[in-house]
Design a protein around this ligand. Structure first.
Ligand code: ATP
Ligand code: MG
Length: 559
């Protein structure tokens, strides 16, 4: 028994351990977590980690999960982003039910909180200029200098703060500062600014306010108002925690929330970070926030990733206190695993060349019954047309085969997947030497791709019947940044964009794929997993994004 529970503890991450201790000690009756995005861009895979972590903890401990827009900064925020963030969180499977909040709805309470601090002698209005404030702040090695306005009377501070609110002062002329300790070794504690004047229109509150709270003051208040118990954020806020604790203590909240930091998720060779994604979008290097080469949630969804694959990925990443990068190949592993059994396996020829079976009857089409997924009989079967003229992949034929080549070449017999054995007899070429037509004969006794007499063929290739083929645009992707050179150029810090990040090909696909809709996912045998593009797929004219190829050298890291 004892052994068992010890083992269980080891497999719990450090946040779970903190929560369990708090619950055991009766510190909180019920936990509440939150995801607090700033609506200034689209969410990315890093945010997915935060969303699923917070939501997962709430589920696991029968607690609550809030979605809260941290919209206290009017400069960069837009309603467009509020909508996209809601859609993304929902799609990932994190259900906030009725618990949707906007930090800007608390502006009145934040103002009252600031007044409370002033009345306690814990905040003052400072008239120093931004430059002077910076200068007075000191450095990591030198203590700061107290503001000459620090010892104003409570009455004067109350009056000035009210006048800040009433719009009597210009931007940058006055700020409200917490009165803490200018000699603190932690710079965040050196009388930090908690309110500033900014004559700006806010996407939610319009022109009601011309003063706005700073993040470090606003965030703990938001958490406390909502009854959040565990406020989980990323490591760069570790040094801000003393200020977080100071705010909730001085404001005397009965059940103060606690901040817990974990390491951000970084992926190799992809651009995470809203700032950089935004730049790629604004510079027109990608076609919008959901360009499938990006790792915004919208882009991953458009590319064909499933919520389940991202959930699995986040689970495999784990939660840690140390920053590190995760291999992009692990994300690819997760989508392959998820789609392996779910996705029907179809035939599509991405680089077509024509093949004619000279001994097959002219003008005849026959239908072959093919399982939709050999490993998952539940997906049923379909009828695939076969005829005298087919398309095969250009790379599946060589006029002069290299060593160990097992596919089609003059004199060689191969299996056409699910169909027949064919033997190549000859080929035709254009003036430049490009293959234009491959001649074969087939063995009618090998129907279904089965050997009629025990003779073996070494190669199996896929094909599409020419007469019934549907044209489909396929988009093939590589990482948007150059793996060899690294994400940023050493000289000027600019992004190293991979010129081959997008390749568009006209493929021929079997008629079943002509019915593909947006977000329909398939395995194209030998070519990878593909997904109907949500913007460009039209009835009968599908456009497919390659989610991932089939092969990888990636191995799961050992536990
Ligand atoms: P970015 O760094 O991309 O600009 P951000 O932190 O500014 O993102 P917010 O909207 O403030 O974006 O983030 C909302 C939440 O998502 C925060 O709690 C933040 O800690 C978390 N988060 C952001 N990026 C990551 C990441 N790479 N890994 C894990 N969590 C993240
Ligand atoms: Mg942020």
């Amino acid at each position: 028994m004892e052994k068992e529970s010890a083992k269980e503890n080891v497999s719990k991450n450090f946040i779970e351990q903190i929560i369990e201790k708090d619950l055991e000690e009766g510190k909180y009756e019920e936990i509440c977590t939150r995801f607090p995005p700033e609506p200034n861009g689209y969410l990315h895979i890093g945010h997915a980690k935060s969303i699923l972590l917070n939501y997962g903890l709430a589920k696991k401990y029968n607690g609550k999960f809030n979605l809260r827009f941290d919209d206290t900064n009017p400069t960069k925020e837009k309603t467009e982003f509020v909508d996209s963030i809601k859609a993304d969180v929902k799609w990932l499977g994190a259900d906030w039910e009725e618990r949707l909040y906007f930090a800007s709805d608390y502006f009145d309470q934040m103002y009252e909180a600031a007044v409370k601090l002033i009345k306690k002698g814990k905040a003052f209005v400072c008239d120093l200029s931004p430059e002077e404030i910076r200068e007075y702040r000191g450095t990591l090695t030198e203590p700061g200098k107290e503001s000459p306005y620090r010892n104003r009377s409570i009455e004067e501070n109350l009056d000035l703060f009210e006048r800040m609110k009433n719009g009597e002062f210009a931007d940058g002329s006055h700020v409200l500062r917490a009165k803490i300790d200018m000699a603190s070794p932690n710079i965040n504690m050196r009388d930090p600014i908690i309110y500033r004047v900014a004559h700006m229109t806010h996407h939610n509150t319009g022109d009601k306010w011309c003063i706005y709270p700073m993040y470090d003051f606003a965030h703990p208040i938001e958490d406390a108002i909502e009854g959040v118990t565990h406020s989980i954020c990323t490591l760069e806020f570790e040094d801000h925690r003393p200020l977080y604790d100071w705010v909730v203590r001085e404001l005397e909240y009965p059940h103060p929330p606690k901040q817990i930091e974990f390491a951000k998720l970084y992926l190799t060779n992809v651009v995470t970070g809203k700032r950089y994604i935004k730049k790629l979008v604004e510079d027109g290097i990608v076609d919008g926030w959901d360009d499938p080469r990006l790792v915004s949630i919208a882009a991953l969804r458009r590319r064909g990733f499933t919520p389940e694959s991202i959930q699995k990925f986040v689970e495999l990443c784990g939660v840690s206190k140390a920053n590190s990068s995760v291999d992009y190949a692990m994300l690819e592993y997760c989508i392959r695993e998820d789609l392996k059994m779910k996705a029907p396996r179809m035939m599509a020829v991405l680089d077509p060349v024509k093949l004619v079976i000279d001994n097959y009857p002219e003008n005849e089409i026959e239908y072959l019954e093919v399982p939709n997924n050999m490993e998952n009989p539940e997906l049923g079967v379909r009828q695939v047309p076969f005829g005298r003229e087919l398309y095969i992949e250009r790379e599946d034929f060589m006029e002069v085969p290299v060593k160990k080549y097992r596919r089609l070449y003059p004199g060689n017999e191969v299996r056409l997947m699910n169909a027949y054995f064919v033997t190549c007899t000859s080929c035709e070429k254009d003036e430049e030497g490009n293959i234009t037509l491959i001649h074969c004969t087939y063995d009618p006794a090998s129907k279904g791709g089965n050997s009629p007499d025990g003779r073996k063929v070494k190669g199996t290739i896929h094909w599409v019947c020419a007469e019934t083929a549907v044209k489909a645009q396929c988009r093939l992707y590589e990482n948007i940044v150059d793996e060899e050179k690294g994400v940023y150029n050493k000289e000027d810090g600019s992004l190293n964009v991979n010129p081959n990040s997008l390749t568009v090909v006209d493929a021929y696909v079997e008629p079943e794929l002509g019915k593909a809709d947006a977000y329909d996912r398939y395995q194209f045998v030998r070519n990878g997993f593909f997904c109907g593009d949500c913007h460009d797929t039209k009835p009968g004219a599908p456009v497919f994004n390659r989610i991932v190829s089939l092969k990888s050298s990636f191995k799961l890291p050992e536990k």
